[in-house]
Design a protein around this ligand. Structure first.
Ligand SMILES: Cc1cc2nc3c(=O)[nH]c(=O)nc-3n(C[C@H](O)[C@H](O)[C@H](O)COP(=O)(O)O)c2cc1C
Length: 222
């Protein structure tokens, strides 16, 4: 077994329920950068909707399931629950400004595709539209809408929408010898501050092989 010297930093500690005591909450800067779930839906009356969610991630690869979290009952949640469908669209760097426009807090009858100057495209297996300009798209069927509880068991106004990915579109140019090129896709990633984003480049790529139990002399999981 390898040993590392425990760090003994001077630690700032706070209990979030009592406040962070800092000029800005560090929470979102700590869990960062976050991928962006750019969620497109159609409401029950047919109005299109598009909005970014950075409390977002893949939560399972088989079946492939993604989830996004909403503070309050926002249109994307209402639509994904009512229709049982949504699409995830990749926010590549060239679409950052459009993504930002689509975040405008407006009324449900406003189509954010139009606000952001984007083209809605028909999906293959779900009726929710996707962003024609997006280089990678997941078509999803809603699997669960979970209203989050706090540690005392009280329901909060936060909801997480989970969906199984049932269709995947990839710009062929992003497939190099059949391998998806994450750097070429230039995903925009969310930082902690209200205006902070990150992108990625080859300089940030590294590799680390996972150890096998025999490398460490420990028994394999049954
Ligand atoms: C980059 C970015 C990330 C965001 N992430 C979230 C999020 O995780 N949860 C949330 O509730 N709102 C988030 N928002 C705000 C929503 O996009 C905004 O409230 C939007 O109007 C919701 O649209 P809707 O009601 O059409 O779903 C984010 C905004 C931006 C610009």
């Amino acid at each position: 077994m390898s040993e590392t010297t425990p760090r003994q930093p001077s630690r700032y500690f706070y209990e979030p329920a009592a406040g962070h005591g800092l000029p800005h909450s560090p929470f979102k800067a700590i869990i960062a950068p976050r991928p962006i779930g750019w969620i497109s839906t159609r409401d029950a009356a047919g109005v299109l909707n598009l909005a970014p969610y950075s409390f977002f991630n893949a939560v399972s690869d088989s079946p492939p399931i993604i989830g996004f979290s909403s503070s309050g009952l926002k249109d994307s949640v209402v639509n994904a629950e009512a229709t049982g469908e949504f699409c995830w669209n990749l926010v590549s760097a060239d679409l950052a400004a459009a993504m930002n426009l689509s975040a405008v807090e407006t009324t449900p009858e406003i189509d954010e595709f139009a606000v952001a100057g984007l083209t809605p495209a028909d999906s293959q297996v779900v009726s929710a539209p996707h962003v024609a300009q997006a280089r990678t798209v997941f078509e999803c069927r809603t699997t669960e809408v979970l209203q989050l509880k706090d540690a005392s068991g009280e329901l909060t106004d936060r909801r997480v929408v989970f969906g199984e990915v049932v269709g995947v579109h990839i710009d062929q140019a992003l497939l190099k010898d059949g391998i998806y090129d994450t750097v070429a896709a230039q995903p925009m990633l969310r930082g902690g501050g209200p205006t902070t984003y990150f992108t990625i480049g080859e300089a940030q790529r590294s590799h680390m092989r996972r150890p096998l139990p025999e490398d460490l002399g420990v028994p394999p999981r049954a």
